[in-house]
Design a protein around this ligand. Structure first.
Ligand SMILES: C[S@@+](CC[C@H](N)C(=O)[O-])C[C@H]1O[C@@H](n2cnc3c(N)ncnc32)[C@H](O)[C@@H]1O
Length: 277
């Protein structure tokens, strides 16, 4: 039998090549997950049982192959809830919480459309805040939609959230007072510099529309016009360097009240606009 503290020290050292300064924290997460999922207590001065140790080593192996922690443990906290995460969806990012925060600052919405819903983290977090709202999540990935549906179920939001397979705004019926989207926006060039965790493990279709990274915005901005109610809001996540390009696209499509919001790292992250027809 080995002590939990010894495993923590040895494994943190091993994981440094993958996770650098985060290695200790990551090993702690994997150890705690292994030990608790065997129904035992996680305490540094305890010894680790054989079954927990075997399980932990399989998880550590995955991380050593650069699989993201959230995929290994199958979950991630986003805004105020825990979401199921698999290799079929983008791992919800803290940056995207800026979109939730900004939306809430604009008041109440009743009918929400989320384009490129992935895990459903944006739509479901908003429905949790707006208790009377209903919403639809669209995604081109059937596998991602299955994850979003499971999350809606886990969060008891199935009665207010529906999900539909589709290509951005095509074949959507109804009018919405809020359309949100965190589309794939990394350019083909920037994809070459991504870390292995992201490049090798997250769905490429969730990361990039290829080319200059702007293609999804063009479809969304044009399609959203016929789906927004008068004075409806379009709120989008953008890359830190896309403020001017997406503002220009919004202006050319006659959107008004264009506002850019920075994330917690002081980078341009969200752009919102109004549609008056
Ligand atoms: C950056 S991820 C965002 C996922 C989630 N909304 C979030 O913020 O974590 C982009 C999502 O858009 C979806 N997507 C890509 N192309 C699409 C298209 N043509 N129509 C609809 N969804 C698309 C991807 O499958 C992916 O789930």
């Amino acid at each position: 039998m080995v002590s939990i503290a010894t495993v923590l020290n040895e494994s943190s050292h091993k994981l440094e090549e993958v996770s650098g300064n985060n290695s200790k924290r990551e090993v702690e997460i994997l150890l705690e997950f292994s030990i608790k999922s065997q129904g035992k207590l996680f305490q540094l001065d305890h010894e680790i049982s054989e079954d927990s140790y075997v399980f932990f080593k399989t998880l550590l192996e995955k991380r050593l192959k650069f699989q993201p922690i959230s995929q290994i443990i199958g979950q991630r906290y986003f805004w105020k809830s825990k979401f199921l995460v698999t290799p079929d969806v983008l791992d919800p990012r803290p940056d995207t919480e800026t979109l939730i925060e900004h939306t809430l600052s604009l008041g109440k919405f009743n009918r929400i459309l989320d384009l490129g819903t992935g895990s459903g983290c944006i739509l479901l977090s908003l429905l949790n805040e707006y208790k009377e709202a209903i919403g639809i999540g669209i995604d081109i990935s059937k596998k991602a939609l299955n994850v979003a549906k499971k999350n809606a179920d886990l969060l008891n939001l199935k009665h207010r959230a529906s999900f539909k397979l589709g290509n951005w705004c095509e074949n959507i019926e109804g009018q919405f007072d809020l359309i949100v989207s965190n589309p794939p926006y990394i350019s083909e060039y920037e994809m070459m510099n991504l870390s292995k965790d992201v490049l090798n493990w997250e769905p490429r279709i969730a990361l990039t529309p290829e080319g200059d990274g702007l293609e999804a915005y063009k479809y969304i901005l044009n399609g959203a016009k016929k789906l927004l109610k008068p004075n409806g809001k379009l709120i989008l996540e953008i890359g830190y360097n896309q403020r001017d390009d997406v503002s220009y696209l919004l202006k050319s499509n006659n959107y008004k009240a264009i506002t850019v919001i920075k994330d917690i790292n002081n980078k341009d992250r969200i752009i919102s606009a109004s549609w008056f027809d």
